[in-house]
Write a protein that binds this ligand. Structure first.
Ligand SMILES: Cc1cc2nc3c(=O)[nH]c(=O)nc-3n(C[C@H](O)[C@H](O)[C@H](O)COP(=O)(O)O)c2cc1C
Length: 366
């Protein structure tokens, strides 16, 4: 990677001011009616003055895809103005705004969705949650359309792009995984069939962008490379999915990991390589790759950039230090890497999010 702080041009021609991205982070802080709260707008404004791109918290594309309390909604036109408030706050800071679009699937919250009914590829319950109802083919097509519709809303709300959330065990991943997908129709069984939902969805989003966008629009795709379950996703399967996605003309691929350097657990190739290295070998420059995972100090970022990833995302560190990019670029060696618990107000972290961050071991210093 060239200098982290220099301009970078994405494959769609859009220029970003540096190679640093704010990773998507759910804030749990939306209003009861699904609109964005003032506290969220302030939270984004505080973190948009340094990075090149801000990826928002995930927003649900259908009413029954809501997976978090206080998640802001993207499933209807009535939310366009609300979504626009976040895009405007990000643009005010000079970053590009990317809306993360999502469906919780079996991880949606029964109390937060119509009739308490949650849906997935198959009836495999997430531990502690209700059993989901398998989607019919017609409903699958409807959800694919819904991702397209939310993309159109993102365009109308002034975003620079969308990121399709295929990671962290939500609906798209539930279709790709042989553990959560037990279907016997064309959306289940072979890996080709399990890839069908994500690939059709990418095509739909591309069609909507071709039809509605009047300037270069980012289409990113985020994925989790492996699962622990015996029949779950392996690195070999992810290589196959990423190979197919890399031919789709996406603006970027974004691997979701807690640690940038994780090595594959189940892989028939060289297990001494990190997953990032394997992904770069697979992609062969067809699409930029964003890497992420426990990057806190400038040293961490510089070391990770040596791996060859095109862009680097920071999540938790931008909660700890919203001015990370500005400070790192100035060569500041005293960037805080642990949360200062006395600074919630100064760091502009909304109350519900602040409460959530107390989960043990999640955020350094909390
Ligand atoms: C509070 C919080 C909320 C998150 N919400 C999302 C989300 O909405 N979508 C997503 O893809 N990842 C989400 N993540 C994962 C982050 O994007 C990121 O991959 C992870 O935190 C590892 O990067 P980091 O070590 O720089 O924090 C979240 C992480 C945190 C800490």
């Amino acid at each position: 990677m060239a200098n982290l702080f220099e301009n970078y041009t994405l494959p769609n021609g859009l220029s970003i001011r540096n190679r640093l991205v704010m990773a998507p982070m759910t804030t749990y802080s939306g209003n009861e009616d699904g609109t964005v709260s003032d506290a969220e707008v302030e939270y984004y404004a505080r973190r948009s003055k340094g990075v090149g791109v801000v990826v928002t918290a995930c927003t649900h594309v259908t009413e029954n895809g809501k997976g978090f309390p206080g998640q802001f909604a993207g499933y209807a036109d009535q939310f366009i103005q609300s979504l626009k408030r976040v895009a405007d706050a990000i643009h005010e800071g000079g970053a590009k705004a990317v809306l993360q679009i999502y469906h919780g699937g079996r991880r949606s919250i029964p109390e937060e969705v119509p009739n308490g009914e949650i849906v997935s590829a198959s009836d495999v319950a997430f531990p502690g949650n209700a059993t989901p109802r398998p989607l019919t083919i017609e409903e699958i097509k409807g959800i694919i359309k819904a991702y397209g519709e939310t993309t159109r809303r993102a365009i109308e709300a002034g975003y620079d792009g969308v990121e399709i959330h295929g990671a962290n065990t939500y609906l798209l991943q539930q279709f790709f995984s042989g553990y959560t997908n037990r279907r016997t129709d064309e959306y289940g069984g072979s890996i080709e069939n399990r890839m069908r939902f994500p690939l059709e969805l990418v095509d739909e989003v591309k069609n909507v962008v071709a039809k509605h966008a009047t300037k270069p629009f980012i289409i990113g795709y985020r994925f989790s490379p492996e699962e622990e379950e015996e029949t779950g996703i392996t690195m070999d399967q992810t290589v196959q999915l990423i190979d197919a996605l890399a031919d789709k003309g996406l603006t970027y691929l974004h691997v979701s990991q807690g640690d940038f350097y994780t090595k594959p657990h189940r892989f028939s190739g060289d297990k001494n390589k990190t997953r990032v290295e394997i992904l770069l070998d697979t992609i062969q420059g067809r699409t930029p790759l964003i890497g992420v995972g426990s990057i806190y100090s400038l040293e961490d970022a510089e070391k990770a950039s040596q791996s060859g990833v095109d862009l680097l995302a920071l999540g938790r560190e931008l909660l700890i230090e919203p001015n990370w990019v500005q400070k790192a670029e100035a060569g500041d060696l005293n960037i805080p890497t642990k949360m200062d618990k006395s600074k919630q107000k100064e760091l502009v972290i909304p109350d519900p999010m602040w409460q959530m961050l107390h989960r043990p071991g999640w955020i350094p210093g909390m």
